[in-house]
Design a protein. Sequence first.
Length: 379
Amino acid sequence: MIIHYRDMAGDAVRVDAFRRGIEAAVRPGDVAIDLGCGLGTYALFACRAGARKVYAIEREPVILAARQIAKKNGYADRIVFVRADARTVELPEKADVLVTEDFSATFIEAETADLIAGARRRLLKPSGTMVPASVEVFGAPAHCPGLYARMDRWAASEEVAYGIDFSPTRDMAMNCIHQANFRLSHLLGPPKRLHRVDLGAPTPFPFDTVLRVRARKNGTVHGLAVWFEAQLAPRVRLSNAPGQPPTLWGQGLLPLARPIRVRKHAMITVDVAVRFSRDSDRAWWQWEVSAGGERADGTTFRSFPTSQGDLEAGSRRHRPGLSPEGEITVCVLRMLKTGCTILEVARRLRRRFPRRFGALRDALNRAAADARRFGRPAL
């Protein structure tokens, strides 16, 4: 786990841009929040910029390392580490500046939208500043034969490998958002803005837009390249666009199951939309590309195996009851709520679910796992 956080801290392009954004936003005496603090890097930047107090919020155990780093660097007296879920945490005061970067390569995610909206409402003063202040999402038709060949790895054998026909998975793979590292030469047309989100206001994340671009050269449209540009401060921007210094995000590719050949100066029309599910925390991307009389489309709704039963299980009117695992979790939570120890919970689990927990060790592991997930974390 720690390697992941060290890699993020080593992404100098991203971290230095946020440093400059924080320095521009935080004023001496401010209260700041580092939402999803990881190693606490941005909390330290806020202290260095003059913050009176910084709340560093993180639900994962890495917060323990962040506290050690703060102490090692002499800022432990000004940083309050809060091990909690950022979606539900409550603080004793509201902040002047709130920093977050829990983004994907394409930025638009239902979970990101919920996180930002809730944090802005509960944790930030009405006059407070978000870092980033706004994010713009861009797209362009992409010609990327190498990446596409890796995605469509069994095309030459008609989806047969090791004597097994994997063809049912191709449609799913071609409706996923793939991480990419594009160069400017991969873009068949000029980038166009898809959407803009103001993080300081209740701007909708879902969007539906149409792009029309002329091909700059002959090529094949393998999909739509997507990235974002964040306004961290009036003079500080951070982009994961092709041609910019690379970041860990890279870019996203919305692929076409049937690539489209285009000639130079041909008009390429791209219809792209994002809709949020009413019954889950998913964001459904849909895209359609037309050029030269050909058309191809995709949707992340087709990116995972499902059944009618799966869809009905998440519907608003469905009464699912509890599975055996759900019954176990309810038992654990009821006992934890009354102040039972992990050992007491485990013994109860063994008595009530003897077939599920053949040994006390198994019950202890389950009780501890649920306690870590649902209990009050302690630093």
